[in-house]
Design a protein around this ligand. Structure first.
Ligand code: NAD
Ligand code: DAU
Length: 342
């Protein structure tokens, strides 16, 4: 694989993947196709070698542009999306347009040009799991984590459009022999994550003198993985994955939101109750948990950045050291949340 297109490569996770490729595979040419929405940022690609990484600013739903680019490539790794649940509850349309029509445009181009396609998706397509405390044996039994056999049951406009895009890919594999793989990953954290998301929102709240905000009772559980581990998993699937297969990516990082909030406060030398309870998210998924056995056993992948406390401390340091990256947007992001009492 000599030339790849990375859609959404100027966003949080896509840019991490581009850095991963540059570091580990200097022979691979990368074209980033990114619309630079509010979530995309050229600065995420700063310092990368111009002779290896090219940024094309454009829309994945632009069929002409996509066709021209896909003709020149060996593979497409598709990260671009509208990615934030809360935004999808306010205005679902961009989610339908980018996540469904955008994906359709890419897979049509890959089909016509016989190009390898990897589809980056989310564990949220499976809906949610009961809290462990509500399960007999505290959730250690069969069926209590997501696997690639779990039925789709998405809750939000965001997750339903991601689910729709996954189903398009599955149909294109079966009907048109699209050379595709799919990955469904759990919650990522790390540097460069947009400050609308839970962890960076709370870190930058503390750094801005704003009280952090917890939705509801904070019992909801997310299965955290460092974004570096997501990138190594996607590379493994792109290069060793079996066509037509779905791989779930996770690092056994289940934490409830209240515990994550308290850990952020502790690491930032704040009292552990120095936050506000705010309005809950409508339809708020209770728990996500990934069973990544298939990926680990079949593709010999394992996560490396599994110490959540250390990863969070590094992430906090990054936001402290990179105020220029987020500070200009902070007021507008918080004003938007305040409209919903969040
Ligand atoms: P992000 O919002 O930080 O970045 C999205 C990127 O896509 C931005 O650079 C944006 O400019 C670009 N983009 C949006 N619409 C576009 C369009 N129409 N054409 C071209 N570019 C467009 O998102 P993220 O958190 O980095 O997520 C990346 C992918 O990973 C998404 O597909 C998401 O569903 C998936 N994912 C995210 C997580 C997570 O925890 N954040 C977990 C699992 C899967
Ligand atoms: O599971 C993978 C998904 O993880 C990805 O597909 C999404 O793109 C990504 O945004 C993320 O979705 P979540 O909705 O889980 O992430 P978010 O950071 O928005 O919220 C994490 C949890 O924290 C969730 O239970 C809601 C809660 N929360 C969020 C915010 C922004 C709060 O309690 N307070 C907040 O201020």
């Amino acid at each position: 694989m000599k030339k790849i297109i990375v859609t959404g490569g100027a966003g949080f996770i896509g840019s991490n993947f581009v850095h991963y490729v540059v570091k580990h595979h200097p022979e691979v040419q990368v074209t980033v196709l990114d619309k630079l929405t509010y979530a995309g940022n050229r600065a995420n690609l700063a310092g990368l070698p111009e002779e290896q990484v090219k940024l094309v600013v454009g829309d994945i739903a632009d069929a002409k542009l996509v066709n021209e680019l896909v003709q020149e490539t060996d593979a497409v790794v598709h990260y671009a999306a509208e990615s934030h649940n809360d935004n999808s509850l306010k205005d679902p349309f961009p989610f339908v347009q980018t996540n469904i029509i955008g994906t359709y445009t890419l897979i049509e181009a890959c089909r016509k040009n016989d190009v390898r396609y990897h589809h980056v998706s989310t564990d949220e397509v499976y809906g949610d799991l009961p809290l462990r405390e509500d399960l007999p044996g505290h959730g250690e039994g069969e069926g209590e984590k997501f696997t690639d056999q779990t039925p789709y049951n998405p809750s939000s406009p965001y997750s339903s459009t991601k689910a729709g895009s996954d189903l398009l890919v599955k149909a294109w594999v079966r009907s048109f022999n699209l050379q595709a793989t799919i990955s469904n990953c759990s919650n990522n954290y790390g540097p460069y994550q947009h400050i609308e998301k839970f962890i960076p929102r709370q870190i930058t709240n503390v750094l801005s003198g704003i009280r952090p905000k917890l939705y509801g009772d904070g019992k909801n559980v997310r299965d955290w993985i460092h974004t570096n581990d997501h990138s190594s998993a996607v590379w493994a699937i792109l290069t060793k994955g079996k066509i037509g297969e779905t791989y779930l990516i996770g690092a056994d990082g289940e934490e409830d939101n209240k515990s994550v909030m308290e850990l952020i406060l502790e690491l930032m030398d704040q009292p552990n109750d120095a936050y506000d309870h705010v309005n809950d998210r409508p339809g708020h998924d209770l728990r996500y948990a990934i069973d990544s056995t298939k990926l680990r056993q079949e593709l010999d992948w394992k996560p490396e950045f599994t110490n959540f406390r250390d990863g969070l401390a590094d992430t906090i340091r990054w936001y402290k050291d990179n105020r220029d990256w987020w500070e200009a947007e902070k007021q507008a992001v918080e004003a938007n949340y305040a409209k919903n009492g969040q």
